[in-house]
Ligand binder design. Structure first.
Ligand SMILES: [Fe+2]
Length: 384
């Protein structure tokens, strides 16, 4: 029978057109007087931030804005955001943006709520001792699923690697998810965030901690993303494709929260952490090679992935092979570069392989993997 598992979902998910307007009543219900809004410099320039500030003010609350969030958020930015939040006596956090502001907001909330200064002491799983201030997430990309996950990936600027801080207390209190907000996302970001979402779903489905509920979420996520990513990339205002991508990202985020990500993310975080590259792009480059490596250990699951992609195949191994080919084609169709096109050389790979090996998600990979395997996979991706 099914192995024992638990499934919790700490976030109240509200999905639909103009759903962000519910922020006013959510703040009022909780009698929030002061909010810290976390975003990034790009989103800050868009009308969305003014709209969200309007919702906060309608609730009768004041707002302090922290927008100094990098694409790969840094520990120093977390400390600075928390300092601003504490200075403003913020009682809640609202994050507007992609994975970077949302991940940064989760870690800011840890420091702000607990009166701490450095996020490093919370690195790892389960180090946050108790409930934090209410946190409301408003995603503007279909990719990270950060609005429904309870982990935060932050760059350790002293040691130049990405650390993960994980606790269910860090999950958004409410996620306000409106696919309309993604209509203006530029094609390159649609591509990289979409490939990140697909990686979440594929890794969640094949990771060792997968359970039947995360499997159902992951397969549906794969189907939606594989059907709509190219359209969302080519026709930015195609609402049907944007809707499917947003839902795919959300389901993928829920899936990997309960299962895990695995070796693609371990390698991507090592690559992105040292070169400050977009997370989704790193995943996209490495995903097919890790799939190829993992397929023998979970061949039937890889054939299910092929079926979710809508592929025809006669045997499980043919399905797995076609799924790898599909991912390579997809990355090419959305015009993402290959590893050799980036500012990286094979001399960098041994250190990246060592960092990937130490990643907390390495043990979750479908197939046991060594540092040498990681090194070989980096070389394989480079030779493509
Ligand atoms: Fe990711």
């Amino acid at each position: 029978m099914t192995d024992a598992f638990t499934f919790i979902l700490p976030t109240d998910i509200r999905y639909g057109k103009d759903i962000t307007s519910e922020l006013s009543s959510l703040l009022q219900e909780r009698q929030i007087q002061q909010v810290l809004l976390v975003t990034d410099p790009g989103i800050l320039k868009t009308p969305l931030v003014d709209k969200v500030i309007g919702y906060i003010k309608t609730a009768g609350a004041q707002v302090a804005v922290f927008s100094e969030v990098s694409p790969n958020p840094r520990d120093t930015e977390v400390s600075e955001g928390a300092r601003l939040g504490k200075e403003a006596n913020a009682q809640a956090i609202v994050a507007v943006g992609g994975g970077s502001p949302m991940d940064c907001a989760k870690s800011i909330n840890v420091l702000m709520s607990l009166g701490k200064d450095s996020i490093k002491e919370f690195e790892g799983s389960g180090k946050v001792p108790g409930p934090l201030s209410p946190y409301f997430a408003i995603p503007t990309t279909a990719g990270t699923g950060s609005e429904v996950t309870w982990s935060s990936v932050i760059n350790d600027t002293d040691n130049h690697y990405k650390m993960t801080i994980k606790s269910t207390y860090m999950a958004a209190t409410v996620a306000l998810v409106d696919p309309m907000l993604t209509l203006t996302v530029p094609p390159a970001i649609t591509a990289s965030t979409g490939m990140d979402a697909l990686t979440h779903a594929i890794e969640a489905y094949t990771a060792k901690n997968a359970n039947p509920i995360s499997d159902a979420l992951a397969l549906q996520s794969i189907e939606l993303i594989c059907r709509s990513l190219v359209t969302a990339y080519r026709e930015s205002d195609n609402l049907h494709a944007r809707d499917e991508m947003m839902m795919g990202s959300l389901l993928g985020g829920m899936a990997f929260s309960h299962s895990d990500v695995a070796s693609v993310h371990c390698m991507a975080e090592a690559l992105g952490g040292s070169l400050d590259l977009p997370h989704g792009l790193c995943n996209s480059i490495l995903l097919p090679y890790v799939m190829e490596f993992n397929a023998p250990a979970a061949i039937n699951k890889f054939s299910h992935i092929a079926a979710a992609m809508g592929l025809d195949f006669q045997s499980e191994s043919e399905g797995a092979e076609k799924a790898v080919g599909f991912v390579k084609d997809l990355a090419a169709k959305v015009e993402l570069p290959q590893l050799k096109e980036l500012a990286v050389t094979p001399d960098d790979f041994p250190q990246m392989a060592a960092i990937a090996m130490k990643n907390g998600s390495t043990p979750s990979n479908a197939r046991e993997i060594s540092e040498t395997d990681y090194l070989n996979l980096f070389h394989k991706a480079y030779q493509a």
